[in-house]
Design a protein around this ligand. Structure first.
Ligand code: FES
Length: 374
């Protein structure tokens, strides 16, 4: 602060005595601001033009509020569960994400336009010239800028514009509510509820229904083609991503596609080299079939596919945050942010020579959640 400016400063007692108008003027003077033009935008109150401007601002806020409500409705009630392109509900399902984006985007956009329009239509017309200076604001500046903001609220007449206030409250309230619901909505689901359901976090598509065998199936690119996997299909050191298949679903195109799309289904079938030394997990010593090991492909950090297998070192790499899992030591994490081993699927070969799963995973797959212990 310059010496000249310090001399201009009022004492604390004088400051306390000053009116808001005087503080505003003091603030502009101290900031080296010269007001070239400063005039009330609506010198005659209550004109039709003023009311029209008020309705324009209100319309944006109402639009924002309605869009916020639409966003909430879509988020809470729209059918979001995956449907295959051949199923009846596919159109509704495919609209879920675009509708979330469109309604939330419109709510934010409309509230922004409303605020801009309010500033344009109701703030005093002002042309000011200011000399730029650096450094933090001193207490006098802070106080005078507070007065300036208060003055802006007064001169724009926000107190008597109840329509704008109410519509802004509506838009802001709905927006805040939407943000709150969006933030905690995903945490409300209780994984213990219906924990026996095949769709719960504790089960995957590998769970057997009515004792029917679940085979390991290859994804050929054609969701209707069923190709099962046999031990001789893999070379030593090779691996393949496989999905569950039940004979009862062979002629059901929708279920065949769902088995390939369900996010917790992908499993990596790995064939180790003969005589490879392996450390097995306690209680899972018989989950492998000879040199063949099957692990969930879903990373235990945040759920990306751990699809990079480094043959030479026996490591699986997750490309998302570089977690590495040691295939020779029950896929336990040895690098990166993942802290849990990849769950292992118990496998066997049937009398015709095809791989099948002896059961579902014995622990939840993928990232941790509050009730998960392992
Ligand atoms: S999701 Fe795999 S390392 Fe983060």
């Amino acid at each position: 602060m310059s010496e000249q400016r310090r001399e201009d400063l009022p004492t604390e007692a004088e400051l306390a005595e000053m009116s808001r108008d005087e503080l505003v003027k003091l603030g502009t003077k101290l900031d080296d601001v010269e007001l070239v033009h400063y005039a009330d935008r609506w010198p005659v109150k209550g004109t039709r033009a003023e009311k029209r401007a008020q309705r324009g601002v209100t319309a944006w806020f109402v639009l924002s509020g309605l869009s916020g409500l639409a966003f909430l409705a879509v988020y809470l009630f729209w059918p979001w569960k995956y449907e295959s392109p051949f199923a009846d509900g596919y159109l509704m399902y495919s609209l879920y994400t675009p509708l979330l984006g469109a309604t939330l985007g419109l709510a934010i956009l409309a509230i922004g336009f409303g605020i801009l329009l309010y500033a344009k239509k109701f703030f005093n017309e002002e042309i000011a010239v200011q000399t730029r200076h650096d450094g933090p604001s001193d207490p006098v500046d802070q106080k005078s800028i507070g007065a300036l903001l208060g003055d802006a609220a007064d001169t724009t007449g926000i107190q008597r514009r109840s329509m704008i206030k109410r519509s802004l409250g509506f838009a802001g309230g709905v927006f805040g509510l939407g943000a709150g619901v969006f933030a905690v909505g995903g945490l409300v689901r209780n994984p213990w509820k219906r924990s026996d359901s095949p769709d719960s976090l504790w089960h995957t598509g590998w769970q057997s229904k009515n004792g029917e065998r679940v085979y390991l199936r290859r994804d050929t690119g054609d969701p209707h083609e069923v190709v099962l996997v046999r031990p001789e299909d893999l070379d030593a050191g090779g691996f393949e991503t496989v999905f569950p298949f039940r004979e009862s679903e062979r002629n059901d195109p929708e279920k065949l596609i769902k088995a390939l799309r369900r996010s917790d289904n992908p499993v990596m079938l790995i064939r180790l080299r003969p005589n490879q030394r392996v450390v097995k997990r306690k209680g899972q010593e018989n989950f492998n079939y000879g040199d063949y090991y099957a692990y969930s492909k879903i990373c235990t950090h945040l759920g990306c596919p751990t699809s990079l297998f480094e043959q030479q070192t026996g490591r699986l790499l997750c490309p998302c945050h570089q977690s590495q899992f040691d295939v020779y030591t029950y896929c336990k994490p040895i690098f990166g942010p993942a802290t849990r081993a990849l769950p292992q699927l118990p496998i066997e070969v049937d009398e015709d020579g095809y791989f099948f799963a002896r059961g579902d995973f014995i622990e939840a797959i993928g990232p941790g959640f509050w009730e998960r212990k392992s």
